[in-house]
Write a protein that binds this ligand. Structure first.
Ligand code: M6R
Length: 606
């Protein structure tokens, strides 16, 4: 859940590491720190708070040097503080360590080290690694780090530097992501490619149980357990640094909302033909399994889970296949009953979410095939699925997921059509097939309604509490709308299936309570209108997203019209005004939507 970066080469390490921290800050912003080697000395500078605070400090101190490591922290063990910030050193400051993950056996290791006379200055699990390396070092940093890694239990991406081998970084990986950028006479390591791409597009992705030793001139990879050298495959980043930056928008989230028309096109490209034929060759190897599948279990977290709820509805209704949708952290512990001919479908933007990854492993342990919908290519989840299809949504930096969600919905629709074709399920797909090519243009039109949505956000910005209601696919959408609002604006937002309101939550509706609702499903439109009247009668102020505004004039206090498409596709459009609403409510309340408190982009711990 933290971001790590390391550099060794001819340039000023401090500058490159700082740039990397800014790019990785979405992974955690409780503290940031840097360790740079110069003249046989290790300079460690670290600060609680955002990278900007560290940057201020660096202006006051000398952090020159050509090799170093840096870290931006999302706290697990120990509160956010200067002392708990990484890098951590041993007793003598000869070694510095950064770490993303959790060392599960740290208490036991710490007790042993304390008995041997080591003193600790932080509450972190990471500090044990620095002391262990210090104890193990006998003239070869690789040997010392390898022996330490063999004693660690848990999840980790670690990088270590030492004054004894001043241009070398040794890195190990177990469970959390770590990439090694292979520049010409310089090497850079990072948790994700955005921190590499300015310097090199060529990289290795370390796998579980692997480690690397880098110097400006060389990079070597080894299996931790055996010490055997690995001939790693070089991979190429196929996007540019500009794509990972804000392109003039105030926030990544707003930029990513704006990219959605293009993302819809990118997700469809090469997969959807105008006659409705779907091409997903990445599933060729599992096509027979999918054709015969008896049940699909969709597993994901957060926004990806909400996409999964839409997927459940599409797959059940269009492919006549039973689908369960599970939150990954529940799935992995609830002992799910899965039998012969079940398939697990995991959905993840980052491809690194720990609970989703655990669900993949559980399913595979039970002999159940796992397919994935993932955004980040070569991520851990992608690597462990039997087959994976990628969103092609580009890097999503804002913590609040927007374009990845829309892309997930598009891809789930394609999967539903693909499965229906594979399983010879006949239904009239003509409306869906005719509407799919219009989605991108309609999404652009919706972005034009921003001024109106800012007015709604103005009305909501001082509210402490609101409800989101919907039915069927609209219920799935309002769950996501409520999550967006609460995570970045900090307004309490509760999503309810509209028919369920009167079973309890209605008691909380009073004069002026905002009720955000989506009404796009023809089969229950009248019932939805009745539910809205019930809350309106109790004083609720109705903000209504609908594809038939002419039928809702008298019901809504604020009407947000969206283009009319097949009700199966409407979530792809109806979420867009809700994303804008959350964004503007957050900004009006003075929050930074890209960095919501207590949250991180990639949840790589349980
Ligand atoms: O990377 P993933 O899709 O696996 O992430 C799952 C959730 O952590 C994520 O969707 C989270 O809920 C969103 N960032 C909220 O906007």
């Amino acid at each position: 859940m933290c971001g790590i970066v390391g550099y060794t080469g001819p340039q000023q390490a401090g500058k490159i590491l700082l740039e990397g921290l800014h790019l990785l800050e979405y992974r955690g912003y409780d503290s940031a720190g840097i360790a740079v080697l110069k003249d046989d000395k290790l300079k460690v500078i670290k600060k609680e708070g955002k990278v900007a605070r560290l940057e201020e400090q660096l202006k006051k101190e000398d952090s020159l040097g050509n090799c170093g490591i840096a870290h931006t922290r999302w706290a697990t063990h120990g509160k956010p503080s200067d002392a708990n910030a990484h890098p951590h050193t041993g007793c003598d400051s000869d070694f510095a360590v950064i770490h993303n993950g959790i060392i599960e056996n740290y208490a036991e290791l710490k007790a042993r080290l304390q008995k041997n006379g080591h003193y600790f200055t932080s509450e972190t699990d990471t500090e044990v690694i620095a002391h262990m390396v210090e104890e193990a070092y006998q003239g070869d940093l690789y040997v010392a780090v390898r022996s330490v890694a063999q004693q660690l239990v848990g999840a980790y991406a670690i990088a270590v530097v030492s004054i004894h081998e001043p241009d070398k970084i040794v890195a190990v990986r177990q469970e959390t992501p770590l990439l090694i950028g292979l520049g010409n006479k310089e090497k850079i390591l990072a948790s994700d490619p955005s921190a590499l791409v300015k310097y090199t597009k060529k990289y290795w992705r370390l796998e579980n149980g692997e480690m690397a030793v880098i110097t400006p001139e060389s990079a070597e990879a080894f299996v931790i357990a055996s010490g055997e050298k690995i001939d790693k495959k070089i991979q190429e980043i196929d996007w540019d640094i500009d794509e990972a930056q804000r392109s003039g928008f105030d926030h990544y989230m707003r930029k990513e909302i704006d990219e959605q028309p293009e993302v819809i096109e990118n997700t469809l490209r090469g997969r959807f033909a105008k006659d409705g034929t779907i091409s997903l060759p990445e599933f060729d190897d599992v096509a027979e399994t999918l054709r015969q599948a008896r049940k699909i279990n969709i597993v994901a977290c957060g926004t990806s889970y909400h996409a999964g709820l839409v997927g459940k509805y599409l797959l059940e209704n269009l492919c006549s296949i039973p689908v369960e949708a599970d939150i990954a952290s529940e799935f992995r512990y609830r002992n799910p009953l899965m039998g012969d001919k079940d398939v697990v479908l995991v959905i993840s933007q980052s491809g690194e979410t720990a609970d989703t990854l655990a669900a993949v492993r559980l399913a595979k342990q039970k002999g159940v095939p796992v397919i994935g919908i993932v955004n980040v290519v070569n991520s851990s989840i992608a690597a462990e699925c039997d087959a994976v299809t990628y969103l092609h949504a580009g890097p999503e930096i804002g913590v609040a997921s927007t374009k990845a969600y829309v892309s997930q919905l598009v891809l789930l629709m394609l999967m539903a059509l693909y499965l229906a074709q594979l399983r010879n399920v006949e239904f009239d797909a003509s409306e869906i097939v005719a509407d799919i090519p219009k989605l991108s243009g309609y999404a652009s039109e919706l972005l034009q309604q921003e001024q109106k949505i800012i007015q709604v956000a103005e009305l909501m910005k001082n509210k402490g509490n609101c409800f989101f209601i919907g039915r069927l696919l609209d219920y799935a959408v309002v769950l996501e709308g409520a999550l967006k609002l609460k995570e970045i604006s900090y307004i309490h937002a509760e999503a309810k299936a509209a028919g369920e309101l009167k079973h309890g939550a209605l008691a909380l509706v009073e004069d002026g309570t905002p009720i955000v609702t989506a009404v796009t499903q023809d089969s229950i439109r009248d019932k939805m209108h009745s539910s809205i009247m019930e809350v309106k009668a109790r004083g609720g102020s109705i903000i209504l997203v609908t594809d038939k505004p002419e039928q809702a004039q008298d019901i809504a206090d604020t009407l947000i019209p969206i283009p009319k498409v097949s009700s199966y596709l409407s979530p792809i459009l109806s979420i867009i005004p809700l994303q804008l609403l959350s964004y503007h409510a957050a900004v009006l309340r003075g929050n930074n939507p890209d960095r919501p408190r207590n949250l991180a982009k990639s949840v790589t711990v349980e």
